[in-house]
Design a protein around this ligand. Structure first.
Ligand code: DGJ
Length: 734
């Protein structure tokens, strides 16, 4: 069992629950007869369970049931598992309520517990999964007797990965309704160890840039109130000791398995205790829980690494590849696709697409994806979202004809949708203006000239599903790119009652999840790629439904180095949509060698985003060998362990990272140099992740070397002159 329970009757801590992963332990203590659920320890694995004497609860005044005098000050500083509102804990809290009479105090005490094998699903929500050989789950049943509220704190400890997941279930067992005004999913209280925070910040076309700062007494709070997890802030927070680096130091990573509004916080309190929290953003959240109803909060994944960020990253990658992504494609090479967005934008017809497919098939490309602009009156991005009927002016002969022609050329066919949206200039809006998210009497804010459909409304979800399914059933469509190009404003629903209006943002996300779940159940072999104006919804929630997510609209290979670096800190390479595009790049105007564009995209899902009929012959001639290289290395890239060696973002000179097979028998690294410099140095790259006593061949080198030499001495990288040149370094056991 990964979970141990001990009864320690004679101490102040009455019960201890110890959760063990291979290299980490997490301990919870039930304090006093009163049953406060305290946090005892999270960090490197400990063997002994008897830690009660070492806990932070030994300070004299803290015997709440016996010494009420100093209760207020103590409640504000002790480490707890799930802090609540209104009873003296003035740090960030997780649970907030409003009773029908307007009171907001809530306090939890332990009632009972269950330890079960494996892991249960969270109804309606994405979550990691595990069978009984992989994990055990602890459920702490807590209660607020005054409110009649039951709160289950749910923890799963993974047996082969250093992962602990947390979620919360709230049940209203009172006679009257109550409003939940804040339900976060996890809290982590610790003593300070000179911690720093690391987050993934960005914007459209520059998503997930790594940012770090010192943890201070000023609350560091970030999140999204945009209705999606967002380009701006990813639902990931890492706390690390200041001395932690890739391969050493202590690191705590937290990632929220949710695709809507979220909030994460970290701060030191007056006694330098650190509190970290994560969950649904409390702004725009007010959930009415009627008698007998249950509210499930989404899951937070926590990874502890005592071996630096590298181990944390590899743990997240393994977890998501094995225990989150469900698609049959997760362990398969994805078809090399060509997408027509940057090739044509809205200006295409059947002939154009077939000509792209014809040329693509000669190059070995395996799938054509028809992007935005194939439906309704969609000649630009100002109209027609919601009118999911094929535009036969563009697609003469219809969709089936086009798909058949593409299939005849030996290519699969994929299609783009933006199912959650409605254009004010659309037949759908003219018929159902009340289906858009809007506040009566207020003209909704337009973004990309579109509104958002009210996914809290069952008939909207039903209608949308039918539109998508009708198209999918009309031809041999094997892939869907599910886009979402604007964020939520004007939070009003014509469907929800005033007392439930605060539920709109979360219900919206639940509606989207239910749509994608149905799609996957009905089309189990469909390859789904999520997308949101590039990478605005790159989160673990989406990975539960799609094995890959479009990483960014910025397809410039050099910009992509930073974007893919930040993304791969948490998310596996197999999930990162990465394509080779034309130059000058459409977003930044940069010219990069075609070879480098291919090499960078190789460390994602790989594909093309260009007009293959119009690029230079020299570039086109490189495609067949790039496709071949993709096939040669994809299994390694998809399933290997990720190692970061250098970051162009940090050193301004070169970028280098790689993947090593689980058996350490093969590795592939990429080296990309920045701007050319006159008379510059030869770079020596110390290859990470190899096995010291194995003998390896490095492509391009005659001699064989031990892993020890390759990782400690390194290899020289010689490159031709020029800006942004790159090289793949393939290492294989001799
Ligand atoms: C945003 C996506 O990220 C692009 O790839 C493209 O699909 C456009 N939307 C289409 O509107």
């Amino acid at each position: 069992m990964a979970i141990t329970y001990i009864d320690c009757k004679d101490s102040q801590i009455k019960k201890i629950f110890k959760l063990d992963t291979p290299k980490s332990s997490y301990c919870i203590g039930i304090v006093d007869e009163e049953g406060i659920v305290g946090h005892l320890y999270y960090g490197e694995h400990i063997n002994d369970i008897n830690i009660s004497a070492l806990t932070p609860f030994t300070e004299a005044p803290f015997v709440p049931s016996k010494n009420n005098r100093d209760r207020g000050s103590i409640v504000d500083s002790i480490p707890v598992e799930y802090p609540t509102q209104g009873l003296g804990d003035y740090r960030e809290i997780c649970l907030g309520v409003e009773s029908l009479k307007g009171y907001n105090a809530v306090g939890l005490t332990f009632a009972s517990f269950d330890i079960v094998e494996g892991k249960n699903e969270i109804p309606g929500l994405p979550a990691t999964f595990a069978d009984k050989t992989e994990a055990d789950t602890l459920i702490l049943h807590c209660e607020d007797k005054v409110l009649g509220l039951k709160v289950d704190l749910i923890y799963t400890a993974f047996k082969k990965l250093d992962v602990i997941t947390r979620s919360v279930r709230i049940i209203n067992e009172s006679e009257e309704s109550i409003y939940l005004t804040r339900v976060l999913s996890a809290c982590l209280d610790m003593k300070d160890r000179d911690f720093e925070t690391v987050t993934l910040h960005g914007s459209w076309a520059r998503e997930r840039r790594i940012e770090s700062q010192k943890l201070t007494h000023n609350s560091m709070i970030f999140g999204s109130k945009r209705g999606e997890s967002s380009h701006q802030d990813n639902p990931f927070l890492m706390i690390k000791t200041a001395s932690a680096f890739d391969e050493y130091g202590e690191v705590y990573g937290m990632n929220f398995v949710y695709s809507g509004n979220f909030m994460a916080s970290a701060a030191k309190d007056q006694f330098d205790n650190v509190r970290v929290t994560m969950g649904i953003h409390p702004e725009n959240f007010k959930w009415k829980l009627d008698k007998g109803e249950v509210f499930n909060a989404p899951e937070v994944v926590m990874v502890y690494s005592g071996e630096g960020t590298g181990h944390m990253t590899r743990t997240f990658h393994d977890l998501y590849r094995q225990n989150l992504i469900r698609s049959p494609y997760k362990n398969m090479p994805r078809p090399v696709l060509i997408n027509n967005w940057e090739a044509t934008y809205f200006d295409f017809d059947t002939d154009k697409l077939v000509s792209i497919a014809r040329e693509a098939s000669k190059c070995g490309i395996e799938m054509l994806v028809m992007d935005d602009g194939w439906f309704g009156n969609r000649f630009d991005d100002n109209r027609a979202l919601g009118d999911w009927k094929v535009n036969e002016e563009k697609l003469k002969g219809g969709l089936k004809y086009l798909v058949d022609e593409v299939n005849k050329l030996g290519l699969k066919f994929g299609i783009w949708f933006e199912p959650e949206m409605i254009s004010p200039d659309s037949d759908l809006y003219r018929e159902h203006p009340d289906w858009a998210i809007a506040i009566p009497g207020r003209v909704p804010v337009r973004s990309r000239n579109q509104y958002v459909l009210d996914m809290s409304r069952p008939e909207v979800v039903e209608y949308t599903y039918k539109q998508v399914v009708d198209i999918l059933q009309s031809a041999n469509i094997e892939y869907v790119k599910w886009d979402m190009n604007r964020q939520l404003t004007d939070l009003g629903s014509y469907y929800l009652d005033s007392e439930r209006m605060g539920e709109l943002s979360h219900r919206y996300v639940l509606g989207v999840y239910s749509l994608q779940e149905r799609l996957l159940q009905d089309f189990p072999n469909l390859l789904l790629e999520n997308c949101s104006g590039g990478g605005g919804r790159f989160d673990p929630g989406m990975l539960y439904y799609s094995p890959q997510i479009w990483c960014s609209d910025d397809t410039d290979a050099i910009e992509r180095l930073s974007i893919q670096e930040g993304t791969s800190l948490v998310y596996p390479l197999s999930s990162m949509g990465a394509h080779v595009s034309d130059c000058p790049n459409h977003i930044v105007g940069r010219n990069t060698p075609f070879e480098t564009r291919g090499n960078v995209a190789l460390f994602g899902t790989f594909g093309y985003e260009l007009d293959v009929t119009r690029i230079s012959e020299e570039d086109r001639n490189l495609i067949p060998s790039q496709v071949e290289t993709y096939h040669k290395y994809n299994e390694l890239v998809r399933s290997g362990d990720y190692y970061r060696i250098a970051s162009l973002r940090e050193n301004g000179h070169f970028d280098c990272f790689g993947v090593v097979s689980k058996d350490k028998g093969e590795a592939l690294y990429i080296f990309v140099r920045g701007m050319a410099k006159a008379n510059s140095r030869t770079d020596f790259i110390r290859l990470k992740g190899l096995q010291a006593d194995k003998i390896y061949t490095v492509e391009g080198f005659e001699e064989k070397y031990t892993g020890d030499i390759l990782s400690k001495v390194g290899i020289p990288v010689a490159l031709r002159n020029g800006d942004f040149v790159s090289k793949l370094i393939h290492v294989i056991e001799a």
